[in-house]
Design a protein around this ligand. Structure first.
Ligand code: DAH
Length: 335
């Protein structure tokens, strides 16, 4: 047999021991082309097959292929070992160390309170309505029976937008009462959570934007008793069964009679107050029904509006309204 056939076995042995010693995937790759690549040593032997006598070729071919297969297996095995080795950390690691915490977002306290309010009213069959924050005089004031010389329309209180016709940022969610009643026929049972704007300087209890929830209930034969019962049920649901409320006569242009609602529980007492004013309400004024095309002889209703911040402050014992808007994580992380 030709001389080169004698080279197969030593070549294979040399390759196997080199593979065993290869200490990185890169070194192993280099070895692979050194032996099995197009210009590799084993490939070179394979190319010489043609020079053999026909009779010798099958035996020589078989030996070369055996060697080739042995090398391929050795390469594959070593590759697995090296991959495992290279995937392990270079430095020793303490697997008992605690993992890194991903900071988890949370809901803003005003969102939490709003959702609870909505849930309470939903139980009583109220739907949630929505309206624009950029409003016009008509929906925010005129249709609510607030005459042009009413102090609530003073530019001291209202942010106006420089448009023609003039628009404004709604000063209360009551504007949505008008939009809802213009859009649908009675009966109506909606609440409207939303943001409102007033020209106030920020202090512990004021901010130029804050949030309200409006409520509107219109049907036949609705009474102040319904109003009081509903408000009481919702506040007890929200603030605990020991919560008490009381109605004081007041004036709003869109309700008659009108009331302010005071609220009392252990938190208000801890804040040093028996009663805290929490909302305005009343029976919808017949003129408002006229304005939206409801027959005031047939339909009766009540409405209320309260401040969400106020409720959140009482609920969580927060003493400064500005904390809600500063996005200070030390504050937000507490909810
Ligand atoms: N809009 C009033 C405010 O912002 C609150 C209010 C009072 C709403 C009486 C009403 C209502 O719906 O009937 O202070």
């Amino acid at each position: 047999m030709a001389e080169f056939v004698e080279q197969i076995e030593p070549l294979k042995q040399a390759a196997l021991s080199a593979i065993g010693e290869a200490d990185s995937l890169r070194a192993l790759d280099r070895l692979r082309s050194e032996y099995l690549g197009p210009k590799g040593k084993l490939t070179a032997l394979l190319k010489q097959l043609g020079r053999l006598d026909k009779a010798q070729r099958p035996e020589a071919g078989r030996r070369i292929n055996q060697a080739k297969q042995a090398l391929q297996e050795a390469f594959a095995r070593r590759k697995e070992e090296l991959e495992l080795k290279e995937s392990l950390p270079k430095e020793p690691i303490d697997f008992t160390l605690p993992g890194r915490r991903r900071p988890l977002g949370r809901f803003h306290p005003l969102t939490l309170v709003t959702e609870d309010i909505v849930r309470s009213f939903r139980k009583l069959g109220f739907a949630v309505a929505d309206g624009p924050e950029i409003e016009d005089d008509y929906h925010c004031f005129d249709a609510l029976n607030t005459p042009a010389d009413h102090p609530a329309r003073d530019t001291q209180d209202t942010f106006y937008v420089e448009t023609e016709p003039r628009l404004l940022l709604r000063t209360h969610t009551s504007s949505v009462q008008i939009r809802v009643m213009k859009r649908q026929a009675p009966p109506v049972r909606v609440i409207v959570p939303g943001r409102v704007y007033r020209r106030d300087n920020p202090d512990a209890t004021h901010n130029p934007t804050f949030h309200q929830v409006e409520g509107l209930y219109v049907d036949r034969g609705v009474t102040v008793g319904d109003l009081k019962g509903t408000v009481e049920a919702v506040f007890r649901d929200l603030m605990g069964p020991a919560t008490r409320i009381r109605f004081r006569p007041h004036y709003f242009s869109y309700t008659e009679p009108s009331f302010e609602i005071d609220f009392s529980n252990s938190v208000t007492r801890r804040m040093g107050r028996e009663w805290l004013e929490i909302a305005g309400c009343g029976m919808v004024h017949p003129q408002v029904f006229e304005n939206v095309g409801y027959d005031p002889e047939e339909w009766t209703g009540w409405a209320f509006g309260f401040g969400i911040e106020r409720i959140a402050m009482i609920r969580y014992g927060i003493s400064d309204i500005r904390l809600f808007y500063q996005n200070d994580l030390r504050f937000l992380n507490q909810f």
